[in-house]
Design a protein around this ligand. Structure first.
Ligand code: ATP
Ligand code: MG
Length: 440
């Protein structure tokens, strides 16, 4: 019998990678919360028309990348290729967008029928934020600063922030005409996709990855030269904000997003370490979308980041998930001490929510318990015996080499600590050994 294999472009994530994924999601959730963003969880399936209407008919996604199918009632449904359309749909459906400000984030799988390669899959994962109801450059700055902090908190370095402005719809109409006029002069030298887009969606030509088309585009008029005054002021405001926060950026006048609904600010975080899959985070302002989907005009800005690409980068940069080993292993000798140990462990977890504490189970002599403690990777063993019970104290024993070498400064490798002081002493000891670095 043939062995089953996963569907092309649909991947399993296995340990130890899952630890890195968990770490990434934990850091992201913390970062989103630290800017006041609330999580929205959306279905994986939406009506096909939602994506056709929002993303635009003449885009790679809608033209050739969607997983679309008819359900048993004959309705056309699509596995979501991105998160913004669903977020706006849900926002309108539940009244989250009207006359209010809203800061949201999401995470989860997206589906696009593309040619699978490193950093490009058919099921991939995104983290994203969307901020609604704010029109000024301050919120553009906020979502970019958030993305910068996320990359920093993950330890990812070497990224470039590329920035551009698409101006208003009117700017683009005027610019589109100038661009078409320019490109028509070179029509026969353009790649086939670009020739087709010249008629249907000329701005997308700027996105072409064809080298000859790229060469021609060097001389093309740019959107930035065509900006209207209000868009120019918005762009200048954002640039000033980035400078105030010390976030370096480069202006890329050819940066356009693949999706139709953007206006004004567009940006990408790019890397030179992932070949053609260079963009790890992309976003911008999409003031027209909410209205396009049936809501009142609502300014909006957001971004989405590809999790697989972030993970690839983290691995390339030697970044690992924090050590999942327990900080502390609790040994107990004798029945009375074992019962007491369970209560003590719960009290410690109450007092030190970040603490990773393993409690010895299955009894055993002290030597056997300490062996398990060593194997667990814990830095400290706690030993509760009858003498300690009687004295309301506990033995704290260092297990790691680092602790043992530090004996000069902290004379005893093992010391009795009164139970009442234990949480405080553990904090001190673990902090001293930099083991608390990664606690939330
Ligand atoms: P690209 O130009 O690489 O195709 P895109 O413009 O289609 O990207 P967006 O729709 O802006 O991408 O999605 C945001 C991010 O999601 C991308 O910057 C990338 O990190 C990630 N991403 C997009 N498509 C894929 C995919 N097929 N596989 C893995 N990650 C992806
Ligand atoms: Mg794409």
């Amino acid at each position: 019998m043939n062995k089953f294999q996963s569907v092309r472009g649909f991947n399993d994530v296995l340990p130890p990678d899952t630890a890195l994924w968990q770490h990434l999601h934990a850091v992201a959730a913390r970062t989103f919360a630290s800017y006041g963003y609330g999580e929205i969880r959306l279905p994986l399936v939406e009506h096909t028309a939602l994506f056709a209407r929002s993303i635009g008919e003449v885009t790679d996604i809608v033209e050739k990348e969607m997983f679309t199918f008819k359900d048993r009632e004959g309705d056309s449904l699509t596995l979501r290729p991105e998160g913004t359309a669903g977020t706006v749909r849900a926002g309108l459906e539940h009244g989250l967008l009207h006359n209010q400000q809203q800061r949201l984030w999401y995470a989860g799988p997206m589906f696009r029928h593309e040619r699978p390669q490193a950093g490009r899959y058919r099921q991939f994962h995104q983290l994203g934020v969307e901020a609604f109801g704010m029109a000024g450059p301050d919120i553009d700055l906020e979502v970019i600063a958030l993305s910068a902090r996320l990359m920093r908190s993950l330890g990812i370095g070497g990224l470039t922030l590329e920035l551009n402005s698409l101006g208003s719809a009117q700017t683009r109409t005027a610019y589109r005409a100038a661009l078409v006029e320019f490109l028509e002069r070179y029509e026969s030298s353009l790649d086939a996709d670009s020739r087709r887009r010249l008629r249907s969606n000329p701005l997308r030509v700027l996105d072409s990855k064809d080298p000859q088309t790229q060469e021609i585009l060097r001389e093309a008029p740019t959107l930035l030269d065509a900006l209207d005054d209000a868009s120019r002021a918005h762009f200048d405001g954002l640039r000033q904000g980035l400078e105030d926060l010390g976030i370096a950026y480069t202006i890329n006048p050819r940066l356009v997003r693949g999706l139709d609904y953007y206006s004004r600010t567009v940006f990408e975080w790019t890397t030179d370490r992932l070949g053609a899959q260079a963009t790890v985070c992309a976003g911008g302002r999409y003031d027209g979308l909410v209205e396009q989907l049936g809501g009142a005009p609502t300014p909006a800005v957001g971004w989405a980041s590809g999790v697989e690409r972030l993970i690839l980068l983290m691995k390339a940069q030697g970044l690992t998930a924090p050590d999942p080993a327990p900080h502390v292993y609790l040994c107990a000798l004798g029945e009375a001490a074992q019962r007491q140990a369970q209560r003590l462990a719960e009290r410690l977890r109450d007092a030190l929510p970040w603490l990773r504490l393993a409690v010895n189970a299955g009894g055993g002599k002290l030597a056997a318990q300490l062996k398990r403690a060593d194997r667990s990777g814990a830095a400290l063993a706690l030993i509760l015996g009858e003498a300690e019970l009687a004295a309301a104290s506990i033995q704290v024993k260092s297990l790691r080499a680092a602790h043992r070498e530090a004996r000069e400064s902290t004379p005893e490798q093992q010391q009795a600590v009164p139970l009442a002081e234990l949480p405080q002493r553990l904090s001190g000891l673990l902090e001293a050994e930099h083991l608390m670095r990664n606690h939330p």
